[in-house]
Every structure is written in C-alpha cells, then in structure tokens.
Ligand binder design. Structure first.
Ligand code: NAG
Ligand code: NAG
Length: 825
C-alpha cells in the first residue's frame, strides 16, 4: 500500500498569511477584505483569507485552522475560479451577497448568489466566521431575530467538519456532499465525491466520476452498518435525521479532540485527529476500499469475505449463476437460488446473525414503527420480498427494512444487525433456523472454517511435491554421512519429508562456511547464506557441534518443522547430518528479520510503514495460531522475538527457529520443564519463574512483539525518563490515561491509522496480562484483530523489570540474546 495518509497538510504548507495585516471578527455591508487581510473567528479556531495551495501560485479565498500551524484548509470559495495575482479582494454587498472581485473590482470571480429577502425593510447585513468554521451571512434587521441568508456549511468541499450536515435538503434542494480536490495544488472539484443517496433507505455512496465505487451501509440506529468505527465512542457522537424536509448525517465532538473528515484527492475518505503533542494530523480511520470494498464485487446474492481467496462466494443456498465466468474470477453475474421460492406460506427465512453487511437498500422499503414480527409477515406475504431486517438495532431493535430485489453488495462483517433471507422451505428442511445465538460464536465458526481451508492449501501443495522428493532421496543413496542407531531412526522418520544434503554440498554452497556469508547468529549457532548448485539461495543454520542437548534440539526442530507448512512459517528445505555436524537448510529470506528494521535508524525503520507492520502483526498471529492449533500437533514456539520473525521479499512475516519448539500430542498443553529457554524481554513470568509453559507463553511473547512493532523499541532496553517501567508498563500506563497514540514511534506517525494502532495495542495488552489464564488464545487474538467488536478490558501486565529478575536467584546466566537457565529443584 502506498503511503499517502498525511493528506494535504504537507502540500498546503505554503499558505501565505501576512500577519501584520488587519484581522477582522465580523464585517458588514460594503466592507472589503484584501489579499493579505484575514477574518478570524471569535475563539480563534478558524481564519479566513486568501491563500495559495501547494505549489500553485493561484490565489483562493479559503478557511483554515488558525490554531494549527500547518495551515489545513477546510473550505474554499472560488474553487474553480482562482485569481492569478494578489490584487483580488472579498466584498459583501448591501443585500447580503458575497463577492470575490479581481481586475481592480471590475470582474466578479465568484459570487455566493445570495440575497436577503428584505420583506420591505432594508436588510442589515453582517458576515461572521464562526468558531465552528462556518462562514455565515446574517440579516440582523431588528436586533432580536437574526435571519440566516447564507452559510458556507451548505456548500462543503472536501472536508466535513463537526456540526455540518451531510445529506439533502428537500425544501431548498441543497445537497450536502463532499467533493475531492483535483490535486494538492488545485481545489477545483476532482474525480471523487461522497454523497447520501436517498432512494429507499438512505446510504452513503462513494463515486469516482460516474462509477459507483463504495457503499457505506445504511444507518442502523447506532452507526453505519459495515463501518465499525462509528460504534459509540468517547470522541464524537453521530446523528441521523430523516423527515419530509431533509435527510442528513451529522457528527458533534464530545471531547476536545480536533477532528475532521476529508475526501482526499486520491479518493480516500479519512477521519483525521489532530495530535497536539506532535503537531500532526493522524489518520484515525480510513474508509478506503479493501478487497471487498468495491461495490457489488460479487454480484447478486454473492457474499464477499476479506478472509478468503478469492474473496467472492455465494450466500448459503445459492450457487454461481455462470460457473465458467465465476471460475474465471468474474463474479459480476453473481449467484442464483439452488431451490426456487414457491411464493406461498411454505417459504421461510434463514437468519444470518450479525455477521453480514446488509445489502444495498436503494430499492428497499422501510417503516420505523413496524415490529420485527410484522416485518416478517409483510415479507412473507409479498412474493417479491427477498429479505428483511430490523431497522434500528439500538434498544433491542425496532422498525422494519424490506428488500424487494436481488440482494447486492453484501459481505461478511461483524455488523450486529441480523438479516433474514427468504428461502424455499426445502432449503431450510432439516436445519434448525438459527435463533438469537451469540454473534461472536457465529463469526468465530465462520472464520475458523475459512482458516482451516486456508491452512489446507499449503498442505496440498506440499503433498504434490512429495513424490519428487522421494525420488531425490533414492538417487542420493547412503554415502556421505554416518549415523548411530538413534540418529538412524531420526533419519528414517524424516526421509519422506525433507531433502538430505551431504556436507560437501553444504560446504560448496556456503563457500566452506565463509565468514563473509554469515548472516546471523541464532540461539544454537551461526546462520550462513548459501547458494545451491541450481542457483537457489538458502539459509544454512549450523548447530553448535558439541552437546547432546544440541542433538535433541536438532531432532526436535526437524520433526516439528518437517510437518509444518504455512505461509507465515519459514520453510525448512533440508538437512545435513555428518558425524557431529548438524545443519538445517531453510528458504532464504531476502529482507532479514524484523529487528533489523524495528530497532534501526529512522531511514530503515521508515521502510516499514504502518500498513506493512499491520500485515506483519496479522501474519505473525496467523503463523502462531497455526502452530498452536494444527490438527495433529500442538507446537509451542517458546522463543518468539523480533529476531525470529523473518521477512520475505514483500515484507511478509515468517516465523523461524523452531529449535525450541516442543511437540505435544493431545491435550497435554501445559508442561513443566527443567530447562527454561527463551529470550529475556519476551518470556512470560510463569515460564521464567516456575518453568511452566503453555500456549499462553507464546501469546505473551506475541503481545510484547506487537508493542515493539508499534513503539519501535525493545522491551528489554526500554527506559523512560519519568518512571522505571518497562515497555509493557509504559504501554499500560498510556492506555489507562487514554494516550495510546503516544506509544507510536516517530517513523510510523505519517502512515499510521490510529484506530488500528489503538486496537493492536489493546490486543497486545490483553496478551501480556500477568496471569496466563487471563490471556486470550491465538484464535481470539486473530479474531479480535480482524473484527471491530468491543474488546475486554486488559488487566495489569506482568511488570518485567530488572528488579523483578534480580529477585530470583535462578536467573544466573543471562545471555544477551538467549537465556538458558537450569531450573533447580
Ligand atoms: C452563481 O450564479 C452564477 C450564474 O448563474 C453561476 O455561474 C455561479 O456558479 C453561481 N455561484 C455559485 C457559488 O453557485
Ligand atoms: C408503518 O407500519 C404501520 C403499522 O403496520 C402502519 O400503520 C403505517 O401506516 C406504516 N407507515 C408507512 C409510512 O407506511
């Protein structure tokens, strides 16, 4: 993903405001504002005057934040008719018309076309810039009743401010919508516009020219169906009004946060927050298009899911209308019923509980006073009705929304709004119609099923390669290595799965383990880059030759990894056993490991922007989930750390180093070990102190990793000037004080999406809770990351400070990279 998330600010930094010139509060009829003069709102929040955007030399009359030094423009008057010199001026006429004049006052560049109605009396015109950013023209005839003649909030540009209406006024015909700028240098209306479509039940659409790009699901009483960000939050409240005169959305700030919604010139609708401390706008949420965001991607009765590949499927009980097209990834013709409706009382409904973004409502009918029961009856009686839902999900649900056409543009989504699909009775037979079960569970089951499918694919690919490998082994024969009894059995076990290399081959590949080829030092020995005879690049891990322990670890790692195939795990290609030489051959990762970027200088750390880091967080979570939940084995990694997360050429994360993984069969998921192995800063308290480890120890390490990814500092090296907490304690403190954004490292600020970051921090804090039983499983972690449902409150994390360590004598040898502690009894 490209990094454009610091919109406009950078570009509009050239705004010229001549501060020594006069600033007005209000102006009255016949007064003029010259280029260089400004009007300032009473609370000094906003300022109006002439400016030049970006690299342009053209002059525009605009309104910008006065309090914010970056000069963020929120409204432009003469968007399409700039003035090319600095001689333009702004004037208010006697009857309340606003004019921008050029050429010495002879030519009108822009006019608000507004006039006071008069009613016999001569109007008394006053123009005022309000502290909301609204430029208003009053007629204050008789002190008491001021009449609004005109306001800039009725003519929004690319910015939607708190208190603005977004929708339609049926009386005046005014349509409140957002239009993007053409470019950072040109505020003229660009390609994109967002507006409220008032056909059927109102929805918000995003257009690119004449192409309908996106649909924000309809209002459900709490927020927009399909946009989880708007669930009630402490920052702003949302309002939706429908009556005969007008239909509009509006948001008002509840806190002192400065916030705006902008449609960028590239077509992204973003919610931005001003962060005073760092003096920057951060993207709080981004309604941009993911793979399911394209309007009606999957056609009628199709259902889109970002967790599957390809994303399109048919709703249950439906099948592709045109299988050939469908298979060729053309889903536009959508799906058809497997069993036709018979239009009578025998048709029933299938409830899709809360897991769906409801279909396009342009051709729907709604009634706010009908109950859900009446809604069902109405749909049942009408042959053309295809589905129904509750209109307003707040307060237990009320109202009725009915669909009468093919259902378009639905997707899997944790929306909390149930959809009832009309189905033939035979389709429903043998099935219990789902009753109000917990939504979470349904989503959980769906995601789990999808995930299993996802995990199956690599296994199939692996199976097809297996035959080839076998032949390779046969050809190779038995020469070149020596194995004792124990190791022979090891070899036999692995024979099917892994390629065997003899030492000569490995030596040739690594130029005899040349120091110049060394790319790292793992817990159990050095790692070299190598090139095989066929040109393939590999990573060669040479285990320390000496101890029997090493042999055990080696065997362990081999048996484990040989059976694991997942796109977020580093692939083991082969091995070499020669007398006491133990070597593993892995696929080579061109982009080094996560710590290489995270804890580096700014330049390198900038290479991992927030979208990439978010992908890494997700990928790690999926990789660990796979380790924990693989059907036959349950593997605990035990040494998850930034150095063990390798990055492929696309910066996708791959977990490496299973040397410490333990294999468990069945339910024995808590084990006690005499030997504590792991890395300081990542290991959980119960593991470090009592030697007890479980899948929750990995969850803990994962949480630490997520915090490190966000803050760009190592947990174990973290210090803070004001307190002695480690990173976990610091993150917890900020979380409690509602200042999570302060954890974000500097190089991330330009690219981050604050809501995603805050959610990641929240999930991470759940993972690092002191008691293992409080921590979520990896499955919950993955679900929490993909959904937008409310998260539980984390308890205090395990404070893992140096003092904590020193209190325990068992920590005798603390290696910088890896600690290996013998746990005395
Ligand atoms: C005012 O009216 C003129 C003439 O009809 C039109 O060209 C112009 O776009 C209008 N200005 C605005 C701001 O609507
Ligand atoms: C809504 O439903 C109620 C109850 O069925 C009915 O009385 C009312 O006329 C309906 N309103 C509209 C606008 O159709």
């Amino acid at each position: 993903m490209e990094d454009h998330s610091l919109p406009l600010i950078l570009f509009i930094s050239l705004i010229l405001v001549l501060s020594e010139c006069a600033a007005h509060d209000t102006i009255s009829a016949n007064q003029e504002i010259k280029d260089g003069e400004t009007i300032v709102s009473q609370g000094e929040m906003f300022e109006m005057g002439f400016f030049s955007p970006g690299n342009s030399k053209n002059r525009y009359l605009g309104i910008w934040y006065k309090k914010i030094s970056t000069g963020t423009v929120v409204w432009v008057a003469n968007r399409e008719t700039p003035i090319t010199d600095k001689l333009g001026f702004f004037k208010v006429t006697k009857d309340g018309n606003l004019l921008i004049l050029k050429g010495g006052g002879n030519t009108v560049a822009w006019s608000s076309n507004s006039t006071a109605s008069g009613n016999g009396n001569a109007p008394v015109v006053e123009v005022q810039l309000l502290d909301t950013g609204n430029l208003v023209v009053w007629d204050k005839k008789k002190d008491t009743n001021r009449n609004l003649i005109w306001q800039s909030f009725d003519y929004p540009g690319d910015t939607f401010l708190p208190g603005m209406k977004f929708g339609k006024d049926f009386v005046t015909g005014i349509e409140w919508c957002m239009t993007s700028w053409k470019s950072p240098d040109d505020p003229a209306p660009g390609l994109y516009h967002d507006l409220v479509n008032t056909n059927g039940y109102p929805q918000i659409f995003g257009w690119r020219g004449k192409e309908l790009l996106t649909r924000l699901g309809p209002w459900n009483g709490v927020g927009f169906n399909g946009f989880g960000i708007d669930i009630p939050n402490p920052i702003y409240s949302l309002e939706f009004v429908v009556n005969e005169k007008e239909i509009y959305h509006k948001y008002e700030l509840k806190s002192s946060v400065i916030m705006r919604v902008v449609l960028t010139w590239e077509g992204k609708t973003e919610i931005l927050h001003w962060i005073e401390r760092i003096q920057e706008w951060l993207v709080y949420a981004d309604a941009s298009v993911d793979s399911c965001g394209r309007f009606a991607l999957c056609g009628p009765y199709g259902s889109c899911s970002i967790n599957t590949h390809p994303p399109c499927g048919c709703m249950e009980g439906f099948e592709p209308k045109n299988q050939q097209q469908w298979d060729a990834s053309d889903w536009s013709s959508g799906c058809k019923r497997k069993k036709a409706l018979n239009c009578g009382n025998t048709d029933g409904f299938r409830k899709i509980a809360g897991g769906v973004k409801v279909p396009d409502t342009r051709k729907s009918y709604y009634n706010v006073s009908m109950s859900l029961g009446e809604c069902e009856m109405t749909c049942k009686r009408d042959c053309s009705c295809t589905a129904y839902a509750s209109l307003d999900i707040s307060n237990g649900g009320s109202g009725c929304l009915l669909w009468f056409h093919e259902l378009m543009d639905t997707r899997e989504y944790d929306s909390k709004q149930d959809l009832y699909l009309k189905m033939a009775a035979s389709e429903l037979q043998g099935q219990v119609v789902q009753h109000a079960g917990p939504n979470e569970r349904n989503v959980l089951v769906i995601v789990f099923l999808l995930m299993s499918l996802f995990l199956l694919l690599p296994a199939l690919a692996y199976a097809s390669r297996k035959m080839k490998k076998r032949n390779y082994m046969k050809r190779r024969g038995n020469n070149g290595y020596v194995l004792d009894e124990k190791k022979t059995s090891l070899r036999m076990e692995l024979l099917d799965n892994l390629q065997f290399f003899n030492l000569t081959e490995v030596e040739r590949a690594t130029d005899n383990f040349n120091v110049s080829n060394k790319i790292g030092e793992g817990g159990f020995g050095p790692v070299y880059k190598g090139v095989l005879e066929d040109g393939q690049e590999v990573a060669v891990k040479r285990l320390s030759e000496t101890s029997q322990q090493g042999l055990d670890e080696f065997k362990n790692e081999l048996t484990c990894i040989a059976k694991l195939q997942h796109r977020n795990l580093v692939k083991l290609l082969g091995y070499c056993v020669h007398e006491y030489e133990l070597i593993l051959i892995y696929e080579y990762m061109p982009n080094n490991s996560l710590d290489f970027f995270l804890f580096a200088d700014k330049e390198r750390s900038l290479m991992l922007d927030w979208p990439k880091r978010f992908v890494i967080i997700h990928g790690m979570a999926r990789g660990i989930l796979y380790l924990h939940q693989d059907s036959r084995l349950q593997i605990i990694h035990r040494d998850l750390k930034a150095g063990n997360i390798l990055l492929d050429s696309n910066m996708n994360p791959k977990i490496s180093d299973f040397g410490l993984a333990r294999k468990f069969v069945g339910h024995d998921d808590i084990a006690k070990t005499k030997k504590v192995v792991g890395t300081y800063g990542y290991i959980s308290p119960e593991y470090a102190v009592h030697g007890r480890f479980s899948i929750k120890s990995d969850v803990f390490s994962f949480g630490v990793l997520v915090l490190e990814i966000i803050c760009g500092k190592k947990n174990r090296e973290f210090t803070h000037e004001n307190h002695g907490d480690n990173l976990l304690g610091h993150a917890w403190r900020l979380y409690k004080e509602n200042k999570g954004t302060e954890l974000i490292c500097e190089s991330l600020r330009a690219s981050c999406i604050v809501s995603e970051v805050l959610r990641s921090i929240h999930v991470a804090l759940l993972c690092v809770q002191h008691h293992a039983e409080d921590r979520p499983t990896m499955l919950s972690v993955v679900l929490m990351l993909v959904s937008e449902s409310k998260l539980p409150e984390p308890k205090q994390p395990a404070f893992f400070t140096d003092e904590y360590f020193h209190g325990h004598k068992s920590f005798s040898s603390v290696d910088k990279q890896t600690i290996t502690i013998l746990y005395g009894r």
